[in-house]
Design a protein around this ligand. Sequence first.
Ligand code: ASP
Length: 309
Amino acid sequence: MKWGVIATWRMALDGIKKAALMLDQDGSIFDSLQQVITEVEDCPDYTSVGYGALPNEKGIIELDAAFMDGTTLSFGAVSGVINFKNPVKIARKLMDERFNTFLAGQGAQEYAQINGFEEKNMMTDCSYNIWQKKLLEKKEVLKPYDGHDTVGTAGVDTSSRMAAATSTSGLFMKKTGRIGDSPLPGCGLYSDSSIGSATATGLGEDIMKGCICYETVRLMEYGLSPQDAAQKAVEQFNKKLMDRRGQAGDISVVCMNKDAKWGAATNTGHFSFVTATYSEKPTVYIASFRDGKQIILPATEEWIRNNKE
Ligand code: ASP
């Protein structure tokens, strides 16, 4: 039976390895995607997700996460969550609700407390020091992509169930209450088991203008291969932003269809992602957009050793 999983950034490699074993033994797509994300959330070395993530401008780590079930189209999300260990688990639980499925800040924390989710101070010495250093630099304008990266993952299990999930601390030094694309359906993630799933990373303020994940899934529905769908969604929207606004933030998308075929596209010079399927062992790829072309190559062992995020 076919199964597959894909995730943004090299930091997802350990989680993808575990998820691949689970899916190969007929594990559920929900448990497998949760495994990919919690592996990253729990590791203090990744400064853009979960424990040890980067704070907002006031020095508070506000986390966003989401989960989507491609079969029922149930969606759960949290944003601006403070001091909870695994925001993605809270988002997953919210998929069970009929109402109030997307909770922000205090409301999300109350829900997490009532439902017994583990609380934790998510600040590490490292994330505190990076924040302090940034304050001293007294940068007036924050450069886009100056310290942010979402782990987003999507896939299909041997029962043909698809899902997608995300987790991030969003933009480093963001304003209190800022929400990016990652917890928004259609923007940071989308899943439809009859077609495919997609997830994005990059500058949330621009990704959400194009509902890029919904667009990628929609293009697969109209017959495009996952690779062509990701490419068309990213490149057309990048062009639209350039034409209308004269600038486009970083946008990268990974996707998978119901047959476990994957695709990836970026408007950046360097975007890593990881995939594993019934016919491909866990592999890290690097995508780059150069001279109007998407170039996707497997990362070398040396690159994987030297680059953790
Ligand atoms: N898209 C995320 C956000 O804007 C950050 C990222 O993926 O790098 O919050």
